[in-house]
Design a binder for this molecule. Structure first.
Ligand SMILES: Cc1cc2nc3c(=O)[nH]c(=O)nc-3n(C[C@H](O)[C@H](O)[C@H](O)COP(=O)(O)OP(=O)(O)OC[C@H]3O[C@@H](n4cnc5c(N)ncnc54)[C@H](O)[C@@H]3O)c2cc1C
Length: 349
């Protein structure tokens, strides 16, 4: 007798590719609405991601993160240009650092508590009409697909969308408690319209820089970063080197029954590189649109509007050419008046 074993293809209302902040927030909202939702994550552990782990007030307000999850809180940041240094200080904390693994695990628990199924070691390797293939072997069906798979998004690639507007972020993670302040370094000769940073965490520091790869080659970005490390006498010999792109090329979030959120949608800021807030908001708002086609995603529209403002600021900085250096010096001079501090924080967030 021949026994035929037929594997029935699992099928879900929504399949979400990736388990970053955008993905897990989207999964939580859908699961709360009793949708059958599956998150597929290629890595073994949810959370770790090349990131400086900086959060702003709007992230905290939105997430209501427990205090013990934060590595550090700051009511000031130190801003440097080649010729000057200034301190932006407010009478409340406005910038924070968080460990990405801890943040990811916290978001994961929330999504799972709401009823979302999350599978690790599950890389989406193929997308067809109505199903994805996981690890080149298993087919999983979907009514709706959400691409929340970051800057190198496979879902975005499947949709045939290009990525013209992007940054490269590089950093060293150094185990030390030596650094106490959050610092930014604007030097257009080394970083063009971008900057270098020092973000202290609990037990380690992220020291990095970013740049548009269209302005400098990867080799040049690395050479300039090394030069900056030497000028500032920063020892990275015990550090772990990491780099990753930041996709800022937004081309829409809905493509029939396929949605893009977070970095996959290109929602990160081209000016600051901030992307966690945009990922969280787009995850929630896209979930609401999936649940109700008539829903107007007001918070996502605000994020897109703010992102466009950042695009314009970078355009101006880029068009300024050699004047850019003077613009940074002027910016530091304005900070000295103190009236600009709160306005600047509003502009970046
Ligand atoms: C050096 C650097 C520093 C940064 N610093 C900050 C900062 O201080 N503050 C800030 O707000 N933002 C920062 N960012 C940006 C921030 O990291 C991202 O904007 C944010 O992580 C985007 O979240 P996401 O959920 O869209 O994607 P991600 O966090 O990238 O999550 C995507 C997930 O999808 C998974 N995945 C990818 N492909 C597949 C596949 N085929 N199948 C299954 N799973 C897949 C990945 O493993 C990952 O877990 C930084 C970025 C870099 C590179």
């Amino acid at each position: 007798m021949i026994v035929l074993i037929i594997k029935i293809m699992d099928s879900y209302d929504v399949v979400i590719v990736g388990a970053g902040p955008a993905d897990l927030n989207c999964a939580r909202v859908l699961a709360e609405a009793k949708k059958k939702v599956l998150v597929l994550e290629k890595n073994e552990v949810v959370g770790p991601k090349v990131c400086a782990g900086g959060l702003l007030g709007h992230d905290l307000e939105y997430l209501k993160l427990p205090d013990e999850l934060l590595d550090s809180k700051f009511n000031k940041e130190i801003v440097h240009s080649p010729f000057d240094t200034d301190i932006i200080k407010l009478n409340y904390d406005f910038i924070y650092t968080v460990d990405r693994k801890n943040l990811g695990q916290w978001l994961l628990k929330r999504a799972q508590t709401a009823g979302a199924e999350v599978r690790i070691k599950s890389k989406v390797t193929k997308i067809e009409n109505g199903y994805v293939v996981v690890n080149d072997s298993e087919k999983i069906g979907f009514k709706t697909l959400v691409g929340a798979d970051g800057s190198n998004s496979f879902v975005r690639l499947h949709l045939g969308l290009s990525k013209e507007l992007q940054l490269i972020g590089i950093q060293y993670i150094i185990p030390t408690n030596k650094y106490k302040d959050i610092e930014f370094f604007f030097d257009s000769k080394l970083f063009h319209s971008w900057y270098a940073w020092i973000f202290p965490h609990k037990g380690y520091v992220s020291i990095g820089c970013g740049c548009d790869p269209k302005k400098f080659s990867s080799k040049k970005i690395m050479a300039n970063f090394k030069k900056w490390l030497e000028i500032n006498k920063i020892d990275v010999s015990k550090g772990r080197y990491e780099s990753f792109p930041i996709n800022a090329d937004y081309k829409g979030y809905q493509f029939k029954n396929v949605f893009l959120v977070g970095d996959a949608a290109g929602l990160a800021s081209i000016w600051t590189g901030e992307g966690i807030y945009q990922a969280l908001i787009s995850g929630e708002e896209v979930a609401k649109v999936i649940l109700d086609k008539k829903c107007v995603p007001a918070k996502l529209n605000d994020v897109i509007k703010h992102k466009k403002l950042h695009n314009r600021i970078v355009k101006i900085l880029e068009l300024s050419g050699p004047v850019r250096r003077a613009e940074y010096e002027l910016m530091l001079l304005l900070f000295k008046s103190k009236k600009m501090d709160e306005k600047f924080i509003d502009l970046i967030a």
